[in-house]
Design a protein around this ligand. Structure first.
Ligand code: PGA
Length: 259
């Protein structure tokens, strides 16, 4: 344990993140999956923050394959998801609860009691956020895997523009660009919720090691902004530069505008 509070008093020292660029998206998936498997081999009860979205689908597929073919066990790991829409039914095919079950949880040997995702069905999202964070803070997160928002959003989790470096798990309204990008995952695009419960920036920065994955052209502007622009709330992912152990794992397209 490293204390019950997120490290809101960060040194504010900026670090140069490690950047790894692969020619293809498949190589990105393979590299991230390898990092996770190595972590579990070193510490079987590792605590992870895991993302959802289209970016990590390949990673989950490879982890499931590794479980089936190489008998990698996830039995003792602990998973905290980054975020969940609110309100949303757990059984809704676009909920992140359903995503995790479908892409990962149903196919591996993780203990369900070790998997934590905010409840999109909770009657009060603030209470639910508080409950989730209480549990999160009782754990030291070994590795956080993150995606990044599309276009100019530069979000991590659903920490949209304006999110502070010391933001905590909370209900947050989705950015317009995020709603447009994610509406495609809903059979009726108008059904996309207005908001979500998300780990805060400070919660994410508590992880000992952070990997951010980005694939495709739609991430190129944001990746360059996050790595080369000023650190600040207009690009919440830029706060990752306050963490000493962050690696950006990119495909060629996502790295296209990096200079
Ligand atoms: P995506 O979403 O993987 O579907 O692009 C990532 C995110 O919004 O963080």
């Amino acid at each position: 344990m490293n204390g019950k509070q997120p490290q809101s008093v960060l040194s504010r020292r900026e670090y140069k993140p490690e950047i790894i660029i692969f020619p293809t998206a498949e190589e990105v998936d393979a590299h991230v999956a390898e990092q996770i498997i190595s972590q579990i081999q070193v510490k079987s009860n590792s605590v992870f923050t895991f993302p959802t979205g289209s970016t990590p689908e390949g990673m989950y597929k490879l982890l499931v394959e590794a479980h089936k073919t190489s008998h990698i066990s996830f039995r003792n790991i602990v998973i905290f998801n980054l975020d969940e829409y609110w309100p949303i039914r757990r059984g809704h095919p676009s909920s992140y609860y359903w995503y995790m079950k479908h892409h990962f949880i149903n196919h591996i040997d993780v203990q369900l009691t070790n998997w934590h995702i905010a409840d999109g069905e909770a009657s009060d999202p603030s209470e639910e956020a508080e409950k989730f964070e209480k549990l999160l803070l009782q754990n030291d997160v070994d590795v956080a895997i993150l995606g990044v928002g599309p276009g100019t959003t530069c979000h991590i989790g659903f920490n949209e523009k304006g999110s502070a470096v010391d933001s905590r798990t909370r209900y947050n309204t989705l950015d317009r660009q995020t709603r447009i990008a994610n509406a495609k995952y809903f059979s009726n695009p108008d059904e996309i919720p207005q908001g979500a419960i998300t780990q805060g920036v400070a919660d994410i920065l508590r992880a000992k090691r952070i990997f951010l994955i980005a694939k495709g052209e739609s991430k190129a502007w944001g990746i360059n902004r996050i790595i080369n622009g000023a650190v600040g709330p207009d690009a919440p992912a830029s706060f990752l530069r306050y963490h000493h152990a962050v690696t950006f794992i990119l495909d060629k397209e996502a790295a296209n505008l990096l200079h």
